[in-house]
Ligand binder design. Structure first.
Ligand code: SF4
Length: 321
Protein backbone atom coordinates (compact mmCIF):
# COMPACT_ATOMS: atom_id res chain seq x y z
CA UNK A 1 0.00 0.00 0.00
CA UNK A 2 2.92 2.33 0.67
CA UNK A 3 4.17 1.79 -2.85
CA UNK A 4 0.66 2.42 -4.09
CA UNK A 5 0.29 5.69 -2.20
CA UNK A 6 3.62 6.76 -3.77
CA UNK A 7 2.07 6.09 -7.17
CA UNK A 8 -1.11 8.09 -6.52
CA UNK A 9 0.74 11.40 -6.65
CA UNK A 10 1.04 14.08 -9.29
CA UNK A 11 4.21 13.41 -11.30
CA UNK A 12 5.55 14.62 -14.62
CA UNK A 13 6.09 11.09 -15.92
CA UNK A 14 4.38 7.72 -15.39
CA UNK A 15 5.85 4.46 -16.68
CA UNK A 16 3.78 1.71 -18.23
CA UNK A 17 4.28 -0.31 -15.02
CA UNK A 18 2.93 2.63 -12.96
CA UNK A 19 -0.18 2.83 -15.13
CA UNK A 20 -0.80 -0.93 -15.10
CA UNK A 21 -0.48 -0.90 -11.29
CA UNK A 22 -3.03 1.94 -11.06
CA UNK A 23 -5.41 0.15 -13.42
CA UNK A 24 -5.22 -2.99 -11.30
CA UNK A 25 -6.07 -1.23 -8.02
CA UNK A 26 -9.08 -2.81 -6.32
CA UNK A 27 -8.76 -1.30 -2.82
CA UNK A 28 -11.73 1.10 -2.40
CA UNK A 29 -9.75 3.78 -0.53
CA UNK A 30 -6.99 3.73 -3.16
CA UNK A 31 -9.56 3.99 -5.98
CA UNK A 32 -11.13 6.94 -4.21
CA UNK A 33 -7.66 8.56 -3.91
CA UNK A 34 -7.14 8.10 -7.67
CA UNK A 35 -10.45 9.87 -8.36
CA UNK A 36 -9.58 12.71 -5.95
CA UNK A 37 -6.18 13.23 -7.58
CA UNK A 38 -7.76 13.28 -11.07
CA UNK A 39 -10.34 15.85 -9.92
CA UNK A 40 -7.63 17.99 -8.30
CA UNK A 41 -5.50 17.99 -11.49
CA UNK A 42 -8.55 18.77 -13.60
CA UNK A 43 -9.51 21.75 -11.43
CA UNK A 44 -5.93 23.01 -11.17
CA UNK A 45 -5.36 22.91 -14.94
CA UNK A 46 -8.78 23.81 -16.28
CA UNK A 47 -10.81 25.28 -13.40
CA UNK A 48 -14.50 24.54 -13.16
CA UNK A 49 -15.07 24.91 -16.90
CA UNK A 50 -17.11 22.16 -18.48
CA UNK A 51 -17.29 22.43 -22.26
CA UNK A 52 -20.59 21.48 -23.85
CA UNK A 53 -20.41 20.07 -27.35
CA UNK A 54 -23.37 19.09 -29.54
CA UNK A 55 -22.84 16.04 -31.74
CA UNK A 56 -24.35 16.31 -35.22
CA UNK A 57 -24.14 12.95 -36.95
CA UNK A 58 -24.71 14.23 -40.49
CA UNK A 59 -24.26 10.92 -42.30
CA UNK A 60 -24.37 7.34 -41.08
CA UNK A 61 -23.20 5.86 -44.37
CA UNK A 62 -19.87 4.05 -44.15
CA UNK A 63 -17.89 2.00 -46.65
CA UNK A 64 -15.86 0.24 -43.93
CA UNK A 65 -16.77 -2.88 -42.04
CA UNK A 66 -15.37 -2.62 -38.48
CA UNK A 67 -16.64 -5.63 -36.55
CA UNK A 68 -18.11 -3.72 -33.59
CA UNK A 69 -19.72 -0.83 -35.43
CA UNK A 70 -23.47 -0.24 -35.72
CA UNK A 71 -23.16 1.60 -39.06
CA UNK A 72 -20.67 -0.81 -40.74
CA UNK A 73 -21.40 -1.24 -44.46
CA UNK A 74 -22.70 -4.81 -44.13
CA UNK A 75 -25.35 -3.92 -41.56
CA UNK A 76 -28.44 -3.83 -43.75
CA UNK A 77 -30.74 -3.24 -40.81
CA UNK A 78 -29.54 0.33 -40.26
CA UNK A 79 -31.76 3.09 -41.65
CA UNK A 80 -29.26 5.30 -43.46
CA UNK A 81 -29.48 9.08 -43.71
CA UNK A 82 -27.52 12.14 -44.78
CA UNK A 83 -28.36 15.61 -43.56
CA UNK A 84 -28.44 18.50 -46.03
CA UNK A 85 -26.30 21.57 -45.46
CA UNK A 86 -29.44 23.50 -44.50
CA UNK A 87 -30.29 20.90 -41.85
CA UNK A 88 -26.75 20.94 -40.43
CA UNK A 89 -26.74 24.74 -40.22
CA UNK A 90 -30.15 24.78 -38.56
CA UNK A 91 -28.85 22.40 -35.88
CA UNK A 92 -25.70 24.46 -35.29
CA UNK A 93 -27.68 27.68 -34.80
CA UNK A 94 -29.92 25.88 -32.35
CA UNK A 95 -26.84 24.48 -30.56
CA UNK A 96 -25.35 27.96 -30.09
CA UNK A 97 -28.65 29.36 -28.80
CA UNK A 98 -28.97 26.59 -26.26
CA UNK A 99 -25.51 27.09 -24.76
CA UNK A 100 -23.16 24.74 -26.60
CA UNK A 101 -19.64 26.11 -27.22
CA UNK A 102 -18.79 23.64 -29.98
CA UNK A 103 -20.32 21.24 -32.45
CA UNK A 104 -18.94 17.89 -33.52
CA UNK A 105 -19.77 17.08 -37.15
CA UNK A 106 -19.61 13.32 -37.42
CA UNK A 107 -20.02 10.76 -40.19
CA UNK A 108 -18.88 7.32 -41.24
CA UNK A 109 -16.45 6.90 -44.13
CA UNK A 110 -19.09 8.06 -46.58
CA UNK A 111 -18.43 7.29 -50.31
CA UNK A 112 -20.59 10.27 -51.28
CA UNK A 113 -18.45 12.56 -49.13
CA UNK A 114 -18.37 15.95 -50.84
CA UNK A 115 -15.32 17.90 -49.73
CA UNK A 116 -16.46 21.27 -51.12
CA UNK A 117 -19.89 21.02 -49.52
CA UNK A 118 -18.50 20.11 -46.07
CA UNK A 119 -15.84 22.83 -46.33
CA UNK A 120 -18.51 25.38 -47.24
CA UNK A 121 -20.69 24.25 -44.32
CA UNK A 122 -17.76 24.72 -41.92
CA UNK A 123 -17.03 28.19 -43.32
CA UNK A 124 -20.66 29.20 -42.88
CA UNK A 125 -20.73 27.94 -39.28
CA UNK A 126 -17.55 29.88 -38.47
CA UNK A 127 -18.86 33.06 -40.15
CA UNK A 128 -22.22 33.07 -38.45
CA UNK A 129 -21.55 31.61 -34.97
CA UNK A 130 -18.85 31.58 -32.29
CA UNK A 131 -18.88 27.79 -32.15
CA UNK A 132 -15.73 25.69 -32.36
CA UNK A 133 -16.04 23.08 -35.09
CA UNK A 134 -14.82 19.58 -34.35
CA UNK A 135 -14.82 16.99 -37.15
CA UNK A 136 -14.96 13.21 -36.94
CA UNK A 137 -15.26 11.88 -40.47
CA UNK A 138 -12.93 8.86 -40.57
CA UNK A 139 -9.64 8.71 -42.45
CA UNK A 140 -9.04 11.23 -45.23
CA UNK A 141 -6.05 12.27 -47.36
CA UNK A 142 -3.66 14.98 -46.19
CA UNK A 143 -5.06 17.32 -48.85
CA UNK A 144 -8.63 16.74 -47.64
CA UNK A 145 -7.64 17.42 -44.00
CA UNK A 146 -5.96 20.63 -45.18
CA UNK A 147 -8.99 21.86 -47.14
CA UNK A 148 -11.22 21.27 -44.10
CA UNK A 149 -8.72 23.05 -41.82
CA UNK A 150 -8.51 26.01 -44.21
CA UNK A 151 -12.32 26.15 -44.21
CA UNK A 152 -12.16 26.85 -40.45
CA UNK A 153 -12.35 23.49 -38.66
CA UNK A 154 -10.70 23.62 -35.22
CA UNK A 155 -10.33 19.97 -34.20
CA UNK A 156 -10.42 16.51 -35.76
CA UNK A 157 -11.21 13.32 -33.87
CA UNK A 158 -9.90 10.00 -35.20
CA UNK A 159 -10.14 7.36 -32.49
CA UNK A 160 -7.47 4.66 -32.59
CA UNK A 161 -9.83 2.40 -30.52
CA UNK A 162 -6.98 0.14 -29.33
CA UNK A 163 -3.20 0.47 -29.49
CA UNK A 164 -2.84 -3.32 -29.70
CA UNK A 165 -1.96 -3.75 -33.42
CA UNK A 166 -3.13 -7.40 -33.49
CA UNK A 167 -6.48 -6.60 -31.92
CA UNK A 168 -6.79 -3.57 -34.20
CA UNK A 169 -6.28 -5.77 -37.28
CA UNK A 170 -8.85 -8.31 -36.07
CA UNK A 171 -11.50 -5.63 -35.56
CA UNK A 172 -10.82 -3.51 -38.65
CA UNK A 173 -10.70 -5.69 -41.78
CA UNK A 174 -10.17 -2.73 -44.13
CA UNK A 175 -8.06 -0.35 -42.02
CA UNK A 176 -4.41 -0.30 -40.97
CA UNK A 177 -3.26 0.67 -37.47
CA UNK A 178 -0.07 2.29 -38.85
CA UNK A 179 -2.11 4.49 -41.16
CA UNK A 180 -4.39 5.61 -38.34
CA UNK A 181 -1.40 6.78 -36.29
CA UNK A 182 0.09 8.43 -39.39
CA UNK A 183 -3.20 10.30 -39.97
CA UNK A 184 -3.21 11.54 -36.35
CA UNK A 185 0.33 12.92 -36.77
CA UNK A 186 -0.58 14.60 -40.08
CA UNK A 187 -3.71 16.17 -38.59
CA UNK A 188 -1.70 17.57 -35.67
CA UNK A 189 0.96 18.98 -38.03
CA UNK A 190 -1.78 20.80 -39.97
CA UNK A 191 -2.62 22.75 -36.83
CA UNK A 192 -5.78 21.00 -35.68
CA UNK A 193 -6.40 20.12 -32.05
CA UNK A 194 -6.55 16.36 -32.35
CA UNK A 195 -8.83 13.86 -30.73
CA UNK A 196 -8.44 10.15 -30.31
CA UNK A 197 -9.95 7.55 -28.06
CA UNK A 198 -10.53 3.94 -27.18
CA UNK A 199 -13.27 1.42 -26.69
CA UNK A 200 -13.23 -0.31 -23.31
CA UNK A 201 -14.42 -3.89 -22.97
CA UNK A 202 -13.12 -5.27 -26.25
CA UNK A 203 -12.41 -8.97 -26.28
CA UNK A 204 -8.73 -9.64 -25.78
CA UNK A 205 -8.07 -6.19 -24.30
CA UNK A 206 -5.60 -6.17 -21.41
CA UNK A 207 -4.53 -3.69 -18.75
CA UNK A 208 -1.19 -3.58 -20.54
CA UNK A 209 -2.78 -2.54 -23.83
CA UNK A 210 -4.89 0.11 -22.03
CA UNK A 211 -1.69 1.43 -20.39
CA UNK A 212 -0.19 1.67 -23.90
CA UNK A 213 -3.31 3.57 -25.02
CA UNK A 214 -2.83 6.12 -22.23
CA UNK A 215 0.89 6.49 -23.04
CA UNK A 216 -0.01 6.97 -26.72
CA UNK A 217 -2.43 9.79 -25.79
CA UNK A 218 0.50 11.44 -24.02
CA UNK A 219 3.05 10.78 -26.77
CA UNK A 220 0.82 12.13 -29.56
CA UNK A 221 -0.22 15.09 -27.39
CA UNK A 222 -3.89 14.30 -27.92
CA UNK A 223 -6.13 17.26 -27.07
CA UNK A 224 -9.52 15.47 -26.86
CA UNK A 225 -9.58 11.94 -25.41
CA UNK A 226 -12.78 9.95 -25.87
CA UNK A 227 -12.95 6.90 -23.60
CA UNK A 228 -16.15 4.97 -24.06
CA UNK A 229 -17.59 1.54 -23.45
CA UNK A 230 -17.70 -1.09 -26.16
CA UNK A 231 -21.42 -1.51 -26.83
CA UNK A 232 -22.58 -4.79 -28.36
CA UNK A 233 -24.81 -3.43 -31.12
CA UNK A 234 -27.20 -6.06 -32.51
CA UNK A 235 -26.42 -7.31 -36.01
CA UNK A 236 -22.66 -6.83 -35.69
CA UNK A 237 -20.20 -9.75 -35.71
CA UNK A 238 -18.61 -8.75 -32.41
CA UNK A 239 -21.98 -8.60 -30.62
CA UNK A 240 -22.69 -12.19 -31.67
CA UNK A 241 -19.40 -13.28 -30.08
CA UNK A 242 -20.22 -11.16 -27.03
CA UNK A 243 -23.57 -12.90 -26.57
CA UNK A 244 -22.02 -16.33 -27.03
CA UNK A 245 -19.53 -15.47 -24.28
CA UNK A 246 -22.37 -14.35 -21.96
CA UNK A 247 -21.66 -10.64 -21.53
CA UNK A 248 -18.68 -8.42 -20.91
CA UNK A 249 -15.99 -10.93 -21.38
CA UNK A 250 -12.62 -9.11 -21.33
CA UNK A 251 -11.17 -12.26 -19.84
CA UNK A 252 -7.66 -10.85 -19.86
CA UNK A 253 -8.75 -8.02 -17.56
CA UNK A 254 -9.91 -10.52 -14.98
CA UNK A 255 -12.94 -8.77 -13.55
CA UNK A 256 -15.28 -6.52 -15.37
CA UNK A 257 -17.51 -3.86 -13.95
CA UNK A 258 -17.55 -1.74 -17.09
CA UNK A 259 -18.54 1.46 -15.25
CA UNK A 260 -15.80 1.19 -12.67
CA UNK A 261 -13.15 0.31 -15.25
CA UNK A 262 -14.10 3.26 -17.47
CA UNK A 263 -14.15 5.77 -14.61
CA UNK A 264 -10.77 4.51 -13.49
CA UNK A 265 -9.34 4.80 -17.02
CA UNK A 266 -10.70 8.36 -17.31
CA UNK A 267 -9.16 9.31 -13.95
CA UNK A 268 -5.76 7.74 -14.74
CA UNK A 269 -5.77 9.37 -18.20
CA UNK A 270 -6.40 12.75 -16.53
CA UNK A 271 -3.55 12.12 -14.08
CA UNK A 272 -1.11 11.12 -16.86
CA UNK A 273 -2.10 13.64 -19.56
CA UNK A 274 -2.89 16.69 -17.39
CA UNK A 275 -4.59 19.23 -19.63
CA UNK A 276 -6.50 17.22 -22.22
CA UNK A 277 -10.25 17.50 -22.76
CA UNK A 278 -11.93 14.27 -21.66
CA UNK A 279 -15.62 14.06 -22.53
CA UNK A 280 -18.54 12.28 -21.00
CA UNK A 281 -20.01 10.79 -24.19
CA UNK A 282 -23.52 9.77 -25.26
CA UNK A 283 -22.37 6.14 -25.22
CA UNK A 284 -22.14 6.27 -21.44
CA UNK A 285 -25.91 6.62 -21.34
CA UNK A 286 -26.23 3.24 -22.98
CA UNK A 287 -24.63 1.49 -20.02
CA UNK A 288 -27.00 1.59 -17.17
CA UNK A 289 -25.93 3.69 -14.24
CA UNK A 290 -27.31 6.77 -12.51
CA UNK A 291 -25.66 10.21 -12.47
CA UNK A 292 -22.90 9.07 -14.82
CA UNK A 293 -22.35 12.59 -16.11
CA UNK A 294 -21.96 14.14 -12.64
CA UNK A 295 -19.76 11.30 -11.45
CA UNK A 296 -17.42 11.46 -14.46
CA UNK A 297 -16.97 15.24 -14.00
CA UNK A 298 -15.66 14.54 -10.49
CA UNK A 299 -13.29 11.87 -11.79
CA UNK A 300 -11.33 13.74 -14.46
CA UNK A 301 -13.81 14.43 -17.28
CA UNK A 302 -14.36 18.08 -18.26
CA UNK A 303 -16.45 18.03 -21.41
CA UNK A 304 -19.94 16.85 -22.27
CA UNK A 305 -20.91 15.49 -25.66
CA UNK A 306 -24.63 15.36 -26.37
CA UNK A 307 -26.38 13.99 -29.46
CA UNK A 308 -28.34 16.64 -31.32
CA UNK A 309 -29.67 14.30 -34.01
CA UNK A 310 -32.27 11.80 -32.93
CA UNK A 311 -34.54 9.90 -35.27
CA UNK A 312 -37.44 11.87 -33.81
CA UNK A 313 -35.62 15.11 -34.64
CA UNK A 314 -34.84 13.91 -38.18
CA UNK A 315 -38.51 13.22 -38.70
CA UNK A 316 -39.36 16.70 -37.39
CA UNK A 317 -36.74 18.40 -39.62
CA UNK A 318 -38.00 16.65 -42.71
CA UNK A 319 -41.63 17.36 -41.96
CA UNK A 320 -40.71 21.10 -42.01
CA UNK A 321 -39.18 21.06 -45.53
S1 SF4 B 1 -14.87 3.43 -40.16
FE1 SF4 B 1 -15.90 4.20 -38.31
S2 SF4 B 1 -18.05 4.44 -38.90
FE2 SF4 B 1 -17.09 3.09 -40.43
S3 SF4 B 1 -17.44 0.99 -39.75
FE3 SF4 B 1 -15.45 1.63 -38.92
S4 SF4 B 1 -15.92 2.46 -36.89
FE4 SF4 B 1 -17.85 2.38 -38.04
Amino acid sequence: MNELSELIKEKSYYTKQDIVALLKVTDKKAISDIYDLAHHINKKNLGDNVLKCGVIEFSNYCNKNCLYCRIRRSNEKVTRFRLTQKEILKLTYKAEKTGYSSVLLQSGDDCEFNLESIADTITQIKKSTKLSVILSMAEKTELEYKVLKDAGADSYILKHETSDPILYRQLHPDLKYSNRIKCLRVIKQLGYDIGSGILVGLPGQTFESIANDILLFKELDIDIIDIGPYLPYPDTPLARKFQQAGGYFAPAIGYFDVNEVIFKIIAITRIVTGKSLIPFTPNFNAINFENGKEISLKRGANMILEDLVSHKYLHFLRSQV
